[in-house]
Design a protein around this ligand. Sequence first.
Ligand code: NAI
Length: 652
Amino acid sequence: MTASLVTRDDRDGVAVLTIDNPPVNALGQAVRRQLLAAVQDIEADSTIEVVVLTGQGRYFVGGADIREFDHQPEEPHLPDVIDAIDRSSKPWIAAVNGSAIGGGAELALGCHYRVLLAGATISLPETQLGIIPGAGGTQRLPRLIGVEAAVDVVTSGRSIKSHEAIALGLVDHIATAGFLGEVLAFAAERLDAALPVRSSMRPVSDPGPGIWAEIEKRIAKTSSGNRAPAMAMEAIREGVRSGFAVGSAHERDAFLRLRQSPEAAALRHLFFAERSARRSRKTVDEARKSLGSIGVVGGGTMGSGIAAALAIAGLPVILAETNVDRLDDAMSRVGAVLASAAKREAIDAEKAKERLARVSGAVSVAAMADCNLVIEAVFEDLDLKKSVFSALAGHCKPDAILATNTSYLNPEEIVEGLPGADRFIALHFFSPAHVMKLLEVIPLENSSGQTLTSCLDLAGVLGKVAILCGNMEGFIGNRMLRRYRAGAERLLLDGYTPAEVDGAMRSFGFKMGPFEAQDLSGLDIAFRANQLMRNLGRPQPMSLADRLASKGRFGQKSRAGWYDYEDGSRTPLASADVAELIRSQRSAAAGRTIGDVVEFLLSEMVDEGEKLLASKVAARASDIDLVQVHGFGFPRTKGGPMHHATSRGRPD
Ligand code: NAI
C-alpha cells in the first residue's frame, strides 16, 4: 500500500488538501497521482465548494523530484495535474505556507487564488539547473505579472518574497499570524463567489520587438553556455504571440529536450555536489552572531580581500599590518573593494559605508584579544608565519580559532609546538577573496570538531562553498592548477601556440584559456611561490612561465607575459619573444603528437583528480568538481572535470 502523501480534511464545504512528502514535499510520481485523484474526487463531491491546497512543514512544495530526471517521465505528468486544477469548477486556493519552488510554484500558479504566508517565497529556479519550467510556468506567470517581470523571474531563477509578490499581483493575500485560520477565512468569502478568470485564460500583452531584442541581448550576455534562459524566454514569447495552448506545447517540448541534455545533467550534478558538501547547520544570522568579530593579519592582496569579504557579509573586522603606512594602504584597499561593490550595486551604498566603519585597523595582534577567529595572510614565509602564530597564541583567547591562508607551506609546521593544538586550521581563500566562492578548509591533525564547525559557519556567512581538503602541498585547487598549467606548457612544446591553446579552452566554455588567465593574474605569483620553494630546498622545474617571469614578463601588469599588450590595452598580441623561447625549448622531434588540446588538458586534470582521491586529499570526486567550478572558472554547464569524464559515453 502506498503511504498517503496528500491528506484531505473537509471543513464546512472547504476541502483542505495537504501535501505531506518530507523533506520538501517534492512532486514525485506518487504525489502527482494522489493529487490528481483528489482533484477528481472533489469535482464529484457536491459537499465541497472551495479547495485549499497547502504543504506540511516549512515547504509548500520544493519542486519536482529531480532524481526522476535521469529516467523517462511517468504519468500522470505535472502539467496534466495542474491543468486539471485550472479547469476545476470549484475555486482552488494555493495556501503557500513556505517555499514554493519550481513545480511547486507552477502548482500555485495553476490555482485560482494564492495566499502567501509572510516570509514564504515563490521561485522558478529551473533555468539554473539547465531546464525550463515544464508545467505551465512560462505561460501562466506572464499572464499574472506581465512579460518583463516574468522573463526576469524565470531567467534569473531568483526568489520572490511576499512584499514583491503582492506588488506584482502574483498573490491575492499575505497572511501573517494564524496562517490556516486566515486562509480558511479567505476561503469562506469565496463560498458563493464566481470563479475568477483562470490564469491560463488571462490576456497578456506583447511588449514589442524592441523589448524582446533587449531581453535577448541581456540573456546572451549572462547565460554562459546554458541554453535554458534563452529557451525559457522563447517559450514565454511563443505563448504571448500564439496563445496558451501553443505556448504550453512549446514549453513542454523544450523542457523534455533540455531535461535530457548534458548541460542539465552537469548542473544537476553540481546542485547535488553543493548540497552534499559539508555545510553549516546554522542560519546565517545565528552563524554571524556566534562568530563575532574576526581578526585578519596582513592586509596585502589576500588580507584586504578577506577583510572586505568579511565586512560585506556584516562581520566586524580587525585588520593588522606591520606599521601605520602599510595599514593605511591596506584600509584603502578594503575601502576600494567596498566602494566598487556599492558601484556594482552588490551592496547598498549606505550599508557599504556602515560596514566599512566596522573594519578597524591595528599595528599589533594584541588588538585581537577578543576575537573568536583570526585569519593570517602575511607573506608566504615560514619563519614569519610562525612568529605571527606565536604572537596570536600569546594574545588571543585560549579558545580563539587561528587559521592560516598559506598556499604552499605546511600548516602543521607553522603551528608546531604552540599551545591549544585543537584550534589551529588552514583556510585557503582564492583571489579576489570577496568574489571567488571557493574556500578550501584544511583541518590539521589535532583540529577539533568545534574548530571545523566554526569555519563552516564562516563559509556560510560569506556565502562560500567550503571544500574539506587533506593537508598536502597545494591542497586540491593549486595541485590541479599546477598540473593544468604544466599540461598547457607541454602543448606549446608539442607545437601549439598559446593562442591556439587559449582558443580551444575558451571554445570548451572557459572564459579564459590558461595563458590569458596567467597574464591577467600575474606570472610573478607562481614564480615567487616556486622560488620560495626552491629556497626551502624543494626543487621545482623551471617552467616556461617561470622563464618569462624571470625576464620581467609578468603579464598584463608589465604589458608583457605570454602575450604582448599595447599601452592601455588588454588585447593579447602574439609575442615573437615568447615564440622564440618556446622554439628554443622544443625538442627537434616536436610536431603536434597530441591530437586534441581540450581532451589532453581535461585528461591531465582528471588524472590529477584521481591522484587526489587516492591520497585522500579530496574525499569525493564531486568536491574536485566544485573546486574547479568555484575557484578556477571551469564551465558550470560541463559539471567539472570529474563529472565530464564520467558522463562521457552516456547518450545525450
Ligand atoms: P601580499 O604580499 O600581497 O601581502 C602580505 C601582507 O602581509 C603585506 O601587506 C605585509 O605588509 C603584511 N605583513 C607581513 N608581515 C606582517 C606581520 N607580521 N603582521 C601583519 N602584517 C604583515 O601577499 P598575499 O598575496 O596577500 O598573500 C598572503 C598569503 O596568502 C600568503 O600566504 C599567500 O601564499 C596566500 N595566498 C595568496 C593568494 C594570492 O592569489 N595572492 C591566494 C591564496 C592564498
